[in-house]
Design a protein. Structure first.
Lengths: 227, 227
């Protein structure tokens, strides 16, 4: 019974996600669902991406957290429209939460809508929000074993960001080991090694995003791996 | 209906956890539920704790992961009895999983049973496993905002470990900010700042554990904050 209920809840979510996708498609806004462990640097990556690309590609942001508006406050300071979703203890965003957030967010006419999910490598992977593509992030200080241990998150990612490259020499993180495990799950997703803190390696990530925005604007059927 | 079902599942879990607690009390084994984000260094802390304290206080370990036996392999290499639980995608351990693991693990007569939970700051906090105490860990590279953002995990912790102290100077982590947020939730839990990698700061953690083992051996009613 529990399994069936969960399956029904997921099915209802998928329908709302499909509605979100239709709604968002009207504006040709690229919708990116950004996911990682707590503290991998999702908000810092958004801050840096806004600084580098925000002028060329106007953005809006949905922030997901259990409690607090700390992340939304950081985005708001940059002058980008943002809505904070507090899940009140819930371990992931769902499509209904995003639908509600969209009503309060002036996303139309913007090139990118970032959805920063709750910090969690497990649960968010199961929930379609209506995004165009998913980006999975891991920081070098978390270790290179994350794709093998949390495969669903990395299997469905259109791109993988390896953050905190500035800490690399202080860790035993091996990009080769990460890539080896990742390729068993996900043969094609580009890997962007960068430091959101220092800006190192950011250019390739920004160029890729620009390409996805252009594809979306041109009405490409798929701009990323379908979730 | 969904809420009621979840509540029933949690109630069933609590009954099995109480059974686990009774079973484990017979052996006067201190049972520690170790929880953190993915990659905070739980297994490295266990490796280091075994090296420092394993001779004085014999241990056994239950490892929780979605997939892979990588963590159990690391513990096994140290000659400590270990059972790996694979949740097959599940985001936390539950009491039933631990009960099954105990049947395969020679825990009796050992001073400490460590249960390393799935890497997740959200879901494991809701599930009693039958432990004596909970330890919540965060690494400095994750940032000092984790207690405020994931309060349940930190509210119910008998101790908080701040790991990766060797990376401190490379981050903007502030122990004062973490402590300020933590004290709003949890006035008394000791905070152990350490580097499981280098061994710095480990002595206070090991001394505290020894004290908890002695309290358990003496039959103290509570050896930690009840979950």
């Amino acid at each position: 019974m529990q399994v069936k209920l969960v399956s029904n809840v997921l099915k209802a979510n998928d329908q709302i996600a499909a509605d979100n996708r239709r709604l968002l498609a009207r504006g040709r806004t690229l919708v990116v669902n950004l996911m990682s462990s707590p503290g991998s640097g999702k908000t810092t990556l958004l801050e840096r991406t806004i600084a580098e690309l925000g002028e060329a590609c106007p953005m809006a942001v949905v922030e997901g957290d259990l409690f607090t508006t700390r992340d939304a406050d950081r985005i708001e300071r940059l002058g980008v429209p943002v809505v904070q979703i507090n899940t009140e203890g819930g371990c992931h965003l769902d499509a209904q939460m995003v639908r509600a957030a969209l009503q309060d967010l002036p996303w139309e006419g913007r090139d990118i809508l970032f959805i920063e999910n709750v910090g969690n490598l497990v649960c968010p992977a199961a929930w379609d929000l209506g995004e165009d593509l998913r980006v999975a992030m891991v920081s070098v200080s978390e270790g290179d074993d994350k794709p093998a241990k949390y495969p669903r998150m990395f299997r469905e990612a259109a791109a993988v960001v390896v953050n905190k490259l500035d800490l690399l020499s202080m860790t035993d993180f091996s990009l080769d080991r990460l890539e080896e495990d990742l390729r068993l799950l996900n043969p094609a997703a580009p890997i962007f090694c960068l430091s959101a803190r220092t800006g190192e390696g950011l250019a390739a990530w920004v160029a890729w995003l620009k390409g996805r925005v252009a594809a979306k604007r041109d009405g490409a059927a798929t701009v990323g791996v379908a979730p």
